[in-house]
Write a protein that binds this ligand. Sequence first.
Ligand SMILES: C[S@@+](CC[C@H](N)C(=O)[O-])C[C@H]1O[C@@H](n2cnc3c(N)ncnc32)[C@H](O)[C@@H]1O
Length: 369
Amino acid sequence: MGSISTHVLDLPLLKSQPSFETIRKSLESLTLPPSTWSSTPAVPPVEAENTPLTSRYLTAILKNPFDWLFSHPQGMSVDEQRDILHDLASQRLTERCGRSAQGEMSRTWTLPATSNHESAVDIVIREPSLTGDDLGLKTWGTAWAMAQILPRLRTDYLSHLFPEAPSPTRGKQDGAGGCGSETKGGTPPPPAILELGSGTGLLGLSATLTLHAPVLLTDLPTILPNLHHNIALNTPLLASHSASAHAEPLDWSAVHTGAAPQVPLIVVSDPLYSPDHPRLVGRAISVHLLPDPSSRVLLAVPLRDAATRALLLDLRGRLRLHGFELLGAGEEICRDDWAASRGHGRDDEEIRCWWGVWRWQSERWKFAV
Ligand SMILES: C[S@@+](CC[C@H](N)C(=O)[O-])C[C@H]1O[C@@H](n2cnc3c(N)ncnc32)[C@H](O)[C@@H]1O
């Protein structure tokens, strides 16, 4: 991957008819790595300042027939060289146009070392190119914000369910996870954690790595192939951390009483974007949470706009009606890379997300559906 230190004024002038190799190297030097919203800015200031000029330069490359090129010493025809240059320019442009314009990408999300895992762990997540309404093919900022505070939430709200940080080998000996993932074959261990609307699986995979308990990732059937892929990508990591994950379809609109599984912890991040969602999510939680006073729900919702805030209020009211009470809540900064660049480098929009930990109200768990 090229460096991003190239200033647009240092790029070769096309009217000077530079060679194929010179243009190719310049285009590679303009590569922007995928953002993971870490503390290091994904777009260094020099690039941010240059984006409109850089985009103009890239567009000029796309329009250029490169009629001064001649056959490459390695046997590439002029047409092949032109195609390579046009492809590179088009990739560099889409990197500057927001997530929705980009093709498939893989990002590495690094959970820092904690008492739950002694060294930092790198979770690799594939995001296919976005098609139609499949919002679950992208990783959303709330999932990453929650993944990072899981160790704190475990200490404050979940230590009775997940009391200790086992050594990486403990799960393998006693069967409490540690057997990797579904890709190893055999029956998956019963889940202790259920994630609803997992999307690409970042939060659920972080949960099994932090809490050392088996997780079941769920979403709509169209999202499942990518979830299976992401579990397989992380199988060696899970196996070495007493973690295990598998994935199944679970449509909130098809949830019914008596549906398996019931678990002591449900995690849900960014599930509300249609008027039906508060009702469907509230019901799915009440059906799948184990009817026990120790059970917990971690719900996180980004406060994007008035509409999302209204959906969250609706869901909070419904959770109370289902018999839940709020045990603790907070807000975190999260970022999304959905928007297109507005001329200031890539636009990783910063917003707040609300999270709450819920439990059954006193005695109400006995009457759960
Ligand atoms: C905005 S995305 C969030 C994905 C993931 N939780 C994250 O934060 O990155 C919303 C997710 O809810 C899923 N979803 C929407 N309607 C659903 C339904 N009826 N049943 C199950 N999942 C649904 C979508 O497929 C998508 O994965």
